[in-house]
Design a protein around this ligand. Structure first.
Ligand code: SF4
Length: 282
């Protein structure tokens, strides 16, 4: 069975046994009764005068042990250049249909968009400017990042392009937990990254994960407390999800006692909500 037939069969059976997460999520995919032209889709699309643009950058230096997002760790300069050139073509194509709408947000996600070079970001922003010239005064432009993938020059360049919100996965402030999550940099690198972002951008989001291998209630509270010290505008606190075909699944199968149970995660969730509210977060 080829890949397309496999996908069709899996959709028809309402199952996708091998799990790779993408955007839109797998639940959004369905078989169309008949092929659709893009002009038909545009006709049926919302009549809103506004548009939100999501740009997927599927490159990472490493795959974290829990991650099932749609990405590759085999980026090289040629694939990066080629991908950005195709993206610019897509942006121009969509601009033909939606370019008269006012852009309220642009989001670079996936993946680790800060693996792109300044030159590649310049190319993408130029394509966006040409295809979607109308911009809301309150537009939000976000770039996702990882602590070991940017320097100050890149951040300054992003700011000059109009980026006003940065998001970064931190996950934990404990060295052993960081290593078990598959991230090969130090806590000091993470802290330097947070500092560089919060010094430059008025809106910073930090992601943390609870339920990592070896994590305890105390070590989670420690990580959360350290992250709160930076007073970022948003903190996203995720329970780890152990999905098929991940390193964390193998790890949990061998040593389940090193992981929070689901009941533990519910309790930690409630504690997080209470703590965040007490710190003024909504
Ligand atoms: S850096 Fe983010 S997107 Fe990349 S593998 Fe890790 S969690 Fe997934």
């Amino acid at each position: 069975m080829n890949c397309l037939d496999f996908l069709r069969t899996s959709i028809a059976k309402k199952e996708l046994p091998t799990y790779v997460y993408g955007y839109p999520s797998k639940r959004a995919y369905r078989v169309f009764p008949q092929p659709l032209r893009i002009t038909d889709v545009v006709e049926q699309a919302s009549r809103s005068k506004h548009i939100n643009i999501y740009i997927h950058i599927p490159f990472c230096r490493y795959r974290c042990t829990y991650c099932t997002l749609f990405l590759t760790t085999r980026q090289n300069p040629a694939t990066g250049e080629s991908y950005v050139a195709r993206l610019a073509e897509h942006i121009a194509r969509y601009g033909e249909y939606f370019g008269d709408r006012e852009v309220v947000s642009i989001y670079f996600g996936s993946g680790t968009p800060t693996l792109l070079t300044q030159h590649q970001f310049r190319e993408l922003f130029a394509a966006l400017e040409a295809a979607f010239p109308k911009r809301s005064r309150k537009r939000e432009i976000t770039v996702e990042s990882a602590p070991d993938t940017f320097d100050n020059n890149l951040l300054d360049c992003l700011k000059a392009f109009g980026v006003n919100r940065m998001s970064m996965g931190i996950q934990t402030m404990v060295p052993g937990e960081l290593a078990h999550s598959g991230r090969p940099y130090s806590v000091e690198t993470a802290e330097a990254g947070i500092k560089a972002l919060t010094e430059r951008f008025s809106h910073v989001n930090l992601d943390l994960i609870y339920g990592l291998r070896g994590q305890t209630r105390d070590s989670w509270n420690f990580s959360l407390g350290r992250a709160l010290d930076y007073e970022s505008q948003t903190l996203s606190l995720y329970p780890v999800v152990v999905r098929p075909m991940t390193n964390i699944m193998t790890s949990k199968a061998h040593a389940p006692e090193l992981f929070f149970s689901d009941a533990d995660k519910y309790e930690v969730y409630d504690q997080n909500v209470a703590l965040m509210a007490s710190k003024g977060y909504r």
